[in-house]
Design a protein around this ligand. Structure first.
Ligand code: NAD
Length: 242
């Protein structure tokens, strides 16, 4: 069962390219938004005109996540849709990778999902409904050179989501994954130009994805139209993974 709108929607990484697009999609339907990011986002909060509030959070810290989500729930009501979207990306050959780089990637991209789900799941179970949408990456399905840490973190998000979906589906809580292909956001500017040229050449649809391509998928997965999906990986990727 999906709750009636407006819903309370929490989005991590809301200051980023995909997160802001997701926020705009939900706000257009009048949902109330809890925007979470380590970067402030005053322009987006102003643009969304009373529908959104912001909490500063480091998603890698379980204490910080609990604080931010509990403050948000006290102000807006229990979170009914959780979009775990915060993440980082970087490239490093496996043989050059440091333990610190590995640990940071896993903490921000994977442990963060554990941190948020742990806080919101009990209330969703009690309510008998809820949607958890975890943003992974197509690279969590196929892997990428110089991205063992990123690929592992996103593959971990996919496996975690499937396991959690098996556990929570009987309680009416939907857990699914959105695993985008290459999307034109600030994250891509962290990668070298030659890598990006090569990536673009490998996209059958011949263009970068747009943040709103991902937001449209997230909106669908959060909607009642997706109520018969559980533990599924939706991958807007331009045809890179078929
Ligand atoms: P982005 O860099 O524009 O946004 C990421 C956001 O996450 C930023 O606002 C950043 O401040 C926030 N963030 C990072 N670490 C954080 C932390 N510790 N605590 C709180 N917030 C933190 O990148 P994006 O492209 O919008 O990425 C969003 C998600 O989509 C990420 O999980 C990313 O891995 C995934 N993704 C992106 C692409 C792509 O090509 N852009 C492809 C597949 C998956």
């Amino acid at each position: 069962m999906t709750s009636e709108r407006p819903r309370v929607v929490a989005i991590t990484g809301a200051a980023g390219g995909i997160g802001a697009a997701v926020a705009r999609r939900f706000a257009a339907s009048g949902d109330r938004l809890l925007l979470l990011d380590r970067r402030p986002l005053p322009d987006l909060v102003a643009e969304l005109d009373g529908l959104a509030s912001y909490e500063a959070v480091d998603v890698a810290s379980s204490a910080d996540v609990a604080r931010a989500l509990e403050l948000g729930a006290a102000a807006l009501g229990p979170v009914e849709v959780l979009v775990n979207n915060a993440g980082i990306g970087s490239r490093r050959r496996f043989v050059d990778m440091t333990e610190a780089e590995w640990d940071e990637m896993i903490a921000i991209n994977l442990k963060s999902v554990f941190n948020t789900c742990r806080v919101v799941a009990p209330a969703m179970i009690e309510a008998g409904h809820g949607k958890i949408i975890n943003v992974a990456s197509e690279l969590g399905l196929i892997g990428a050179v110089s991205m063992t840490h990123y690929s592992a973190s996103k593959g971990g998000v996919i496996a975690f989501s499937k396991a959690l979906a098996r556990e929570l589906s009987p309680s009416g809580v939907h857990v699914n994954v959105v695993a985008p292909g290459p999307i034109e956001t600030p994250l891509l500017t962290d990668y070298p130009e030659e890598y990006n040229d090569e990536t673009l050449a490998g996209i059958p649809l011949g263009r970068w994805g747009r943040p709103d391509d991902v937001a449209a998928t997230v909106e669908f997965v959060a909607s009642p139209n997706a109520d018969y999906y559980a533990g599924w990986v939706f991958s807007p990727n331009g045809g890179v993974v078929m």
